[in-house]
Design a protein around this ligand. Structure first.
Ligand code: BDP
Length: 721
């Protein structure tokens, strides 16, 4: 009896030492968990090097940087770190700019700082007067904040900080999230709850979430956010809403996050009382100028406008017989005096154009090269159709040398299984960035077009359609966070590898233990390909459910526009399957530069992953594996399902290495994904089999139901429409 209190105490100690694994986590903290460093030797070295923090200078951004360093490091080191104005100890962490901090001026050489520009930073280990310094230096306060996050990341991933000499600056200037958020808080193609922007309570109430959102963005270098849907509502440009927008801009400013809005082209009519929105009409031009002045009075550092015009029913300059350049330039002139920019989308396809939809953006925009104002970026999706699980790069990249092209990627998984699918998208982003356009000979990659190095553009940008909402874990799927994270990291530095990004994300989000990191990284690295395989292998595209884009729908036909049907894209018939985009078909290949056109246009040389994108191929055509096309299709669909099952096994084997809540969340989502993968495989194979009239190979799992059954499924109230 006497021993009881002791054993209770022991039990309590055991529970505490088993720490995070037993505690529930809901994912809210993202990759910013700052758990105490586990490796004893590293911890010791960090504690030794970081005795106190010196931040000299004063600004909201420096305050944020100091707080982040102080709380982050105290937690990582498991002991408090004091912040002082001048050093009192021997081993000191210093953060600041040469203009705000005498110490930084002394320790960081101007020659190394200068080329790092407005956002870059230097991490440096140095000694002076018998003291050891770790220095986070930048030309500006925001550079200091970015450097602070980088430094924290080094500790979060347990890197050596003993001999730092590292410089970093972004390769692309505008790194922007696009929120497709409506004013009623629904999110178009959003699968993680509602919009973060609580318009009704703004401007009076600043939700802590806005700050946490800005902080997360700053930690990966995202420096802009378009708050509203591209299918825009003019109301956001009224004074009442602009005050709300201003409150958000104020909250984000210390984190270097600029606010942008979508501009509905017909706003002068809808909220301005004009009879026209013709961009060449002086009254319309004056209205936009006055509107821009009004916005900048409220938000002096407003970023500018994002515009979807004359696309999918949105109004635009073509309603008045004007061009996209006329429309973009009018808005550009309105924001130019305030240093604003216009991001004009090239995602257009005409209402009645009978030509291959893949060709239309190029046809409309290429002739306008050279006609846009200096502060206009043309924003181009990664591929020419629409964020498909896999697309060849958009032929506009490299084709408009006089116009800065902004790459638009989708982070939200509209066509990639939506909220419950584990698909790490970094390899997909990288595939586009690394694609060679051959615009100026070999090596003219999309990345180099976008970062301005090919055509010497100083205005550069990259956009990601956000996957963020009100769900506690922000992104619906725990692993969706990795896509937000990797978009930011690649936007800053497109040379980073998806593996390296996954590695750091896993360590910061879960744990640094190799027995966990290696299998999870492997799972992530294969996850996108798995989804491609069970949805749209070998270059198939746009064969998903009607309108909500959830689940398979290869049989979709007879809609009011042909290019909104699946049969338009896969063109399956008794002979074969695929969209002939070679000279014998739509000749879309011709929009690429000759070396690429030759490759994509040749049945032999076309990369297999794009085969059915560019070619109508016979069912018995022999592919690289030696199988017939039909058999290969069967194997690809099946292997996609197998990969998901493998992911389930991997995840199950890691039980106990992460907290129960996130473990169980991912486990349940993987089970949903497995069902959906099998649904895709069975529905597509049964449907395509009605054309191929060939059997599914014996060794493969047979479909669970009939084609009629799959065709009768009609999911209701799918989110995100
Ligand atoms: C498609 C979406 C649609 C968007 C459109 C766009 O289905 O909701 O409005 O793209 O990018 O992917 O404008």
């Amino acid at each position: 009896m006497k021993r009881k209190p002791v054993s209770l105490l022991l039990l309590l100690l055991f529970l505490l030492s088993a720490n995070h694994r037993l505690l529930a986590e809901d994912g809210y903290r993202l990759w910013q968990r700052y758990e105490q460093v586990q490796d004893a030797a590293r911890l010791q070295a960090y504690r030794q090097a970081l005795n106190e923090l010196v931040v000299q200078g004063n600004s909201p951004t420096l305050t944020v940087a100091q707080q982040e360093l102080q709380t982050g490091l105290s937690s990582l080191l498991g002991q408090p770190l004091a912040a002082v104005k001048s050093p009192t100890k021997q081993n000191i962490l210093v953060a600041g700019t040469p203009s705000g901090s005498a110490l930084v001026k002394e320790l960081a050489t101007a020659a190394r700082l200068k080329p790092l520009g407005e956002e870059g930073y230097l991490l440096l280990t140095t000694a002076k007067d018998g003291k050891q310094y770790t220095v986070i230096a930048a030309n500006t306060d925001i550079g200091v904040l970015y450097g602070s996050f980088h430094f924290l990341r080094l500790l979060q991933t347990q890197q050596d900080i003993g001999k730092l000499s590292l410089a970093s600056s972004p390769k692309i200037k505008h790194r922007v999230l696009n929120h497709w958020d409506n004013l009623d808080r629904t999110v178009e193609r959003g699968y993680s709850g509602f919009s973060l922007w609580d318009w009704h309570r703004l401007p009076g109430y600043i939700d802590q979430r806005y700050l946490d959102y800005a902080r997360a963005n700053a930690s990966v270098g995202i420096n802009g956010t378009v708050l509203t849907n591209v299918n825009a509502n003019a109301l956001v440009l009224t004074q009442d809403y602009l005050k709300k927008v201003a409150a958000l801009a104020d909250a984000f400013r210390p984190y270097g996050l600029k606010v942008y809005l979508t501009a509905r082209f017909s706003a002068p009519i809808e909220i301005g009382g004009l009879k026209t929105a013709d961009p060449l009409d002086p009254q319309v031009q004056a209205w936009w100028k006055q509107k821009a002045d009004e916005i900048y009075t409220l938000i002096p550092d407003f970023g500018g406008f994002l515009v979807k015009a004359n696309s999918e029913g949105q109004p635009g300059p073509q309603n008045y017989g004007r061009t996209h350049a006329d429309g973009a330039n009018m808005l550009a002139d309105a924001v130019a005096p305030h240093k604003g920019i216009v991001m004009w989308r090239a995602f257009v396809y005409s209402e009645d154009e009978p030509d291959d939809r893949a060709k239309q953006a190029y046809n409309e925009f290429k002739p306008l090269d050279g006609q846009f104002r200096d502060n206009v970026l043309v924003q181009v999706k990664n591929g020419a159709i629409d964020f498909q699980p896999r697309e060849p790069f958009h032929p506009l990249f490299g084709a408009m040398p006089k116009t800065p092209l902004m790459l638009e990627l989708q982070i939200t998984q509209e066509y990639l299984g939506q909220g419950t699918t584990l698909a790490y998208l970094s390899p997909m982003y990288k595939e586009t960035l690394a694609s060679d356009t051959y615009a100026k000979g070999k090596g003219t990659t999309v990345a180099k077009v976008v970062d301005g190095s090919v055509d010497k553009h100083r205005l550069t940008g990259i956009a990601g359609v956000a996957n963020i909402g009100t769900d506690r874990n922000w992104t619906g799927h725990q692993f969706g966070q990795a896509n937000w994270y990797s978009f930011g990291r690649l936007a800053w530095d497109h040379a980073l590898s998806p593996e390296a990004i996954a590695d750091e994300w896993i360590k910061m989000t879960f744990t640094g233990e190799q027995e966990f990191v290696a299998p999870v990284k492997n799972m992530m690295m294969n996850s996108h390909e798995a989804v491609v395989n069970y949805m749209t292998p070998l270059g198939l595209h746009h064969i998903m459910g009607w309108s909500h884009h959830y689940g398979p729908g290869p049989w979709i036909k007879d809609k009011h526009r042909a290019d909104w049907t699946s049969v338009y894209y896969h063109r399956a018939d008794e002979k074969g399957i695929g969209f002939d985009r070679t000279a014998s078909g739509s000749n879309a290949v011709n929009q690429y530069f000759p070396p690429v056109a030759k490759e994509f246009g040749s049945l032999k040389r076309c990369p297999e992953k794009y085969l059915l994108w560019f070619h109508h191929v016979d069912w018995d055509h022999q592919v690289n594996s030696g199988r017939t096309l039909w058999n290969e299709l069967c194997y690809r669909y099946s292997s996609g399902v197998d990969s998901v099952r493998q992911m389930q096994k991997t995840w199950d084997s890691l039980e106990g290495m992460v907290d129960r809540e996130r473990f169980s969340h991912v486990k349940q989502f993987l089970a949903i994904q497995e069902q959906e993968a099998a649904w895709w495989r069975d529905a597509c194979l049964l449907y395509f089999q009605t054309f191929s009239k060939r059997p599914i190979p014996q060794d493969l799992e047979k479909p669970a139901h009939t084609l009629d059954y799959y065709m009768s499924l009609d999911p209701q109230f799918v989110p995100g429409i």
